[in-house]
Design a protein around this ligand. Structure first.
Ligand code: TRP
Length: 471
């Protein structure tokens, strides 16, 4: 039977094999949960091992739940123990490592040197700030080389990013992908579309449709306050735009037709008791990756390449999108991941809008910022001043230092702080003071800009229209 199984398996594609392993894993779990007879469980486990082995022989990779074999090269030599693994999906970012998620291991692609040189070329054209943005905010990509080629050959492309408007309170971490996107838009001078997934939040959270719709508008104000160019940026709420754009909806159903329930189960962990809204939602997040979803911007042109800057937790959506794209005759979107922003309590956790102490919010007062940093920012310093002076602090786990790598624009100053802290010359309280003095004016300036964003401006950004580009 093993032979016929192997023979049978040889004809399967890596993705089909992946699905077989996933299904078998589920079966084993169900048998165990249902306390099935031991020999039945053993047989199912043997089958699972055999499937995993075929998977490894076919793909050269170990099977990893939720990570289908796609275009990405996984670095997993099988030596890591499960409890050391990072768990990253749209709803969880967990790691046992105080330095945060190990992106190299998770994605397995770092910028190849040639590409780095190309990126540097682009970066040279911009300011110091830009260099800083790129250095600390994005490490991983998929197909970024194609985007740079397009840029060099003057071929058009566009940017797509988004936000799930889960509450009125946005924190400074939410700004990172947007600041990064803004920088990219300035460097490349291309159209940008921003999706507000109020539908997603309605489906996932305990929230009315009206509330989700309202949050989308409130969040749009914070996004606009980052300084996006109204002539080059289209912001849309799914609840609004989906009903008005045939182009968008056509792409949604195309994606829906080409992704099976099994595939989304494997990628997102859906179960039979999830509502069908959740199960079909990934198609709605995929569709803006295709230019035909925005005929008003691209003059009806299809196949314009898309680049998606996003936080790493959105990667599952876009792995699915890249997998389905060729099957519906569309180019795969390229991706640039911005590094996940740590909670004040440390890089092991994701910030949560429901825990006011987990981050600095865009609505915080200078006093709140000061208290939060002093009280809650996880310190990489030593227990006593004597020890700190003797052994120095650890920047790799110090949250104040991590925040400074995002928000302190002056690279040289950052380097000086690092050395002083590591050598023990600078104490935790002093480092925190630098962070407080950096964040207070930054948040105040954001609040000031947000105040200027009227409902009329929001409406303009959110009106489907042609942008300042000819296609
Ligand atoms: N699902 C994302 C969130 O919950 C929102 C989103 C939609 C998004 N489209 C995107 C994020 C594209 C990044 C890129 O925040």
């Amino acid at each position: 039977m093993a032979d016929s199984l192997n023979c049978d398996l040889k004809s399967l594609s890596p993705l089909q094999l992946f699905e077989r392993v996933t299904e078998q894993g589920e079966k084993v779990r169900a048998l165990k949960a249902g306390k099935a007879p031991k020999d039945e469980i053993d047989a199912a486990v043997r089958m699972l091992l055999s499937l995993k082995l075929s998977y490894k022989t076919t793909t050269g990779q170990d099977y990893q739940a939720g990570l289908p074999p796609k275009d990405l090269v996984l670095i997993n030599n099988g030596t890591t123990k499960e409890e050391d693994e990072d768990l990253v999906d749209p709803w969880n970012v967990q790691t046992s490592n105080a330095k945060g998620v190990d992106y190299d291991k998770l994605i397995g692609i770092t910028l190849p040197s040639l590409l780095l040189r190309n990126l540097c070329k682009v970066i040279l054209m911009t300011t110091e700030t830009a260099r800083h943005h790129n250095k600390s905010r994005s490490k991983h990509h998929r197909d970024m080389d194609q985007i740079l080629d397009a840029y060099e050959n003057k071929k058009p492309f566009y940017l797509y990013t988004g936000r799930g408007p889960s509450s009125q309170a946005m924190h400074v971490g939410h700004l990172i992908p947007f600041l990064f996107t803004k920088w990219l838009q300035e460097v490349f001078d291309v159209p940008l579309v921003i999706q507000l997934t109020d539908d997603e939040k309605y489906l996932w959270k305990d929230m009315t449709v009206e509330k989700a719709y309202e949050y989308a508008r409130e969040n749009a104000k914070d996004i606009i306050a980052c300084g996006f160019d109204i002539n080059k940026t289209f912001i849309f709420s799914d609840l609004d735009y989906l009903g008005t754009s045939a182009g968008f909806y056509k792409n949604i159903v195309k994606v829906q037709k080409h992704v099976t329930f099994n595939q989304v189960k494997g990628i997102f962990g859906f179960t039979d008791s999830d509502c069908i809204g959740k199960i079909s939602f990934p198609a709605i997040q995929a569709a803006p990756s295709f230019s035909s979803s925005f005929p008003q911007i691209f003059n009806g042109k299809e196949n314009i390449q898309c680049l998606i800057p996003c936080a790493i937790d959105q990667d599952p959506y876009f792995r699915m999108t890249r997998d389905v794209a060729p099957r519906i005759g569309q180019p795969k979107p390229a991706l640039l991941h911005s590094v996940f922003f740590p909670a004040l309590q440390g890089a092991q956790t994701k910030m949560s809008a429901s825990d006011p102490n987990s981050s600095i919010f865009l609505t915080d007062t200078p006093k709140q910022i000061k208290t939060k940093i002093n009280k809650h920012a996880f310190s990489g310093g030593r227990d006593t001043i004597e020890e700190h002076r003797k052994y120095g602090g650890n920047c790799d786990v110090d949250v104040s230092f991590m925040y400074l790598t995002f928000f302190l624009e002056d690279d040289d100053r950052l380097e000086q702080l690092k050395q002083a802290y590591t050598s023990g010359e600078l104490l935790t309280g002093e480092l925190k003071k630098v962070l407080i003095e950096t964040m207070q004016p930054l948040v105040a300036a954001h609040q000031e800009r947000r105040k200027q964003v009227t409902d009329e401006i929001v409406k303009q950004f959110m009106t489907p229209r042609k942008l300042a580009f000819e296609f």
